[in-house]
Write a protein that binds this ligand. Structure first.
Ligand code: DAH
Length: 350
């Protein structure tokens, strides 16, 4: 026996024993370099000595060397597989999802009560051929007032406490304002197109208000406008009656009373019988049995003329209402300021 064969068996047992104790990939790689590394590995170094043996010992030592090499290679592969498997199952258990744990609730948003009401109003008019357009919130004095028969210095302007923009024209007048109602869109639409017209204009409006339970300085309106040949007051009543029944229930009754708005003639205020008490009188209707829900009227001939329509050929009606007021009536909300106070306790109820 040469010392080389002793060394080979020694390498084999030491390497295998060391391998047994290895528990991570870095250590495994270090082991591979130490024992099998191409230049400095302990086994390759021994193999280099094979050709120096006397010829009669070479065969036996060569066979042993091959066996040791294969043994180390196999043991190495085996260990590698074991470690790999261990790290995979480690990862699996670390990343496992406990499907028995109750899920975290995802907070779901909802539509604001004003938006819900606006959509219901629009849905009630849609079957009658109305489409929706929107207009600017910053408006010219001309569209908000002048073109609607509300001249400067006319007392009718008192009805709309106005927020003016701090911009003056050459005459020192302030021609830009935050629109106080959606009615200016009546004029813009008529200027932009020829009849027939059937539109709804939802949008934000602004008033210089001392706020209280029924007054906000920012709120919404929905304007309606229908212009065509041969439209009469009967069409106004029929359309708004159909709306009231779709919105508030099929046995609603409606009431029209004379009212003044400078841009309609005649003008009316429309009320429905109180759905809370069926008209007998209760808190919702302040004991009157009626709920006023909108202003309306036949579009004033002067306005038709101003936009270039012939009032002998075309007539039409307009109406305007506040969705917050309608939501307040339907849900028994007692203060309009709840709508924009951003209080989830209020908003989550809708
Ligand atoms: N613009 C009016 C307001 O803000 C509401 C109104 C009344 C609109 C009569 C109309 C109408 O179209 O015909 O008080």
């Amino acid at each position: 026996m040469s010392t080389l064969t002793d060394e080979l068996t020694d390498v084999e047992s030491s390497a295998l024993a060391e391998l047994e104790r290895i528990s991570d990939r870095d250590a495994l790689e270090e082991w591979r370099v130490t024992w099998q590394g191409r230049r400095q590995g302990r086994l390759p170094k021994l193999l280099e000595q094979l050709p120096t043996l006397p010829i009669e010992d070479r065969r036996e030592a060569g066979q042993l060397a091959n066996r040791v090499r294969t043994a180390l290679e196999n043991a190495y592969e085996e260990r590698r597989a074991v470690l790999e498997h261990a790290s995979v199952s480690q990862r699996l258990s670390a990343e496992a999802i406990d499907v028995t744990l109750p899920g975290r609730r995802v907070p779901a948003g909802g539509l604001h009560p004003t938006t819900q009401t606006l959509r219901e109003i629009i849905d009630a008019f849609k079957p009658m051929g109305f489409t929706v357009v929107e207009g600017p919130e910053v408006e010219w004095d001309y569209y908000n007032f002048e073109a609607l028969n509300i001249p400067a210095d006319h007392p009718a302007r008192d009805q709309w406490d106005t927020l003016w923009l701090d911009i003056e024209d050459d005459d020192g007048k302030r021609p830009l304002l935050l629109r106080t109602h959606t009615s200016p869109m009546q004029v813009r639409i008529m200027e932009a197109q020829e009849p027939p017209i059937r539109v709804l204009v939802p949008g934000r409006v602004f008033r210089h208000e001392a706020t209280d339970a029924s007054h906000e300085s920012v709120f919404f309106q929905v304007e309606g406008l229908a212009i065509d040949r041969g439209i009469t007051f009967a069409d106004l009543k029929g359309t708004l009656y159909a709306f009231a029944r779709r919105m508030f229930g099929p046995d609603r009754r409606v009431r029209f009373r004379c009212d003044f708005f400078p841009f309609v003639e005649p003008g009316v205020d429309m009320a429905i019988d109180c759905f809370a008490c069926k008209g007998n009188g209760c808190r919702v209707c302040s004991q009157s049995g009626w709920l006023e829900i909108m202003g309306a009227g036949m579009v004033h001939p002067k306005i038709l003329q101003r936009v270039g329509y012939d009032p002998d050929e075309y007539t039409g009606f307009a109406f305007g209402m506040g969705p917050e007021r309608i939501a307040m009536l339907r849900h028994g909300i007692d203060d309009i300021r709840h709508f924009y106070a951003n209080d989830l306790n209020f908003l989550e109820q809708f």
